[in-house]
Design a protein around this ligand. Structure first.
Ligand SMILES: Nc1ncnc2c1ncn2[C@@H]1O[C@H](COP(=O)(O)OP(=O)(O)OP(=O)(O)O)[C@@H](O)[C@H]1O
Length: 309
């Protein structure tokens, strides 16, 4: 469990993070979303005791990070994959961390396998690693102490599509076994596939947070089928509003309803997803302008301050 309460960080007159509060519960993946410079890394660094907050508190499993007796046993952290000892091999880097944490050395080999760094990669010096390999090693490092909590800053950076798919599976499995995951990204689509909850930050302030499905629902569904005419006719017959979107039909109903209508009509779908219009729009606006006020869970505030849903 991660509890963040009214965290604020000022650098001189610049406010990097302001009054940020959220919780991450066991068994869930929380996607921490925001454009570049929004305050994600600063918030995560405060949770991990690396940046002292100007105000507010953050705890992991009920304690501030710095008061955890052996932090790596409670929380696995990956904040900057490029900041690893370049002169050590991947195996050496993990072995040193295992010794520091008091972890059985045999876990080193297991974890190298688990993150897809085979024997050849494990023998290479970290300076020769690609960013994707460093992310994998960083993840192995984070998992080394068998923690119940993971805090990962942009872990998908540098991973290829197969690597991103693999990482999603690993994080989903971790949460399904009761773990707590907080992962940041500047890409909605990247976390949408794995997160249960979303916390959206812009200009240092929370602009939306809540259950992912609730945040993405209510804006209709995007649906496609090889037989577009049959799909459109089925939606019409069911009394649903239909319009042509840029990447499929936009239907004014949730994905479950749309899927059932298509099934009943015998139309095979090639794609079905929440339209996510509000969140997409919020993201586009956030990227362009400064944010507005903090709003309660499962609502979205436009950067102007107007609540749009
Ligand atoms: N040490 C520092 N001194 C001064 N300003 C800082 C410092 N660290 C971060 N900032 C500022 O705080 C704001 C938030 O930065 P932060 O790195 O937390 O954003 P981010 O959401 O992680 O962005 P990115 O996705 O680009 O990593 C930015 O305006 C940044 O310039």
């Amino acid at each position: 469990m991660i509890a963040v309460q009214q965290l604020t960080k000022r650098y001189g007159r610049h406010t990097a993070v302001e009054d940020v509060s959220f919780h991450c519960e066991p068994g869930t993946v929380t996607g921490f979303l925001g454009p570049n410079g929004a305050g994600k890394s600063t918030t995560m660094r405060m949770i991990c005791g690396l940046t002292p907050p100007t105000a507010g508190t953050a705890t992991v499993d009920g304690r501030p990070y710095r008061q955890l007796p052996n932090p790596g046993r409670t929380v696995g952290v990956l904040l900057d994959a490029s900041a690893q000892h370049a002169g050590r091999t991947g195996r050496e880097a993990l072995a040193v961390a295992a010794a520091t944490m008091g972890v059985d050395r045999r876990r080193v080999g297991e974890l190298l396998d688990r993150v897809g760094l085979g024997p050849t990669a494990a023998r290479r010096r970290v300076r020769a690693y690609s960013l994707g390999m460093r992310q994998r090693l960083g993840l192995a490092h984070a998992l080394l102490g068998d923690p119940r909590v993971l805090i990962l800053d942009e872990p998908a950076n540098g991973l290829d599509p197969e690597g991103i798919f693999w990482m999603r599976g690993l994080l989903r499995d971790f949460a399904d076994r009761g773990g707590t995951v907080l992962l940041s990204s500047h890409l909605l689509r990247e976390v949408e596939a794995v997160a249960d909850r979303l916390v959206v930050i812009g200009g240092g302030r929370i602009v939306a947070q809540g259950d992912k499905d609730e945040l993405l629902a209510g804006d209709g569904a995007v649906v496609r089928a090889r037989d577009g005419a049959a799909l459109r006719a089925a939606m019409h017959r069911a009394g649903l509003t239909v319009s042509e979107g840029s990447d499929g039909l936009l239907v004014g109903a949730d994905t479950e309803t749309v899927g059932q209508v298509a099934l009943a009509a015998g139309v095979a779908l090639t794609e079905l997803r929440p339209a996510g219009g509000g969140l997409e729009q919020l993201f586009l606006t956030l990227t362009a302008t400064a944010p507005g006020p903090v709003v309660p869970a499962t609502t979205i505030a436009e950067p102007t301050g107007e609540v749009v849903r």
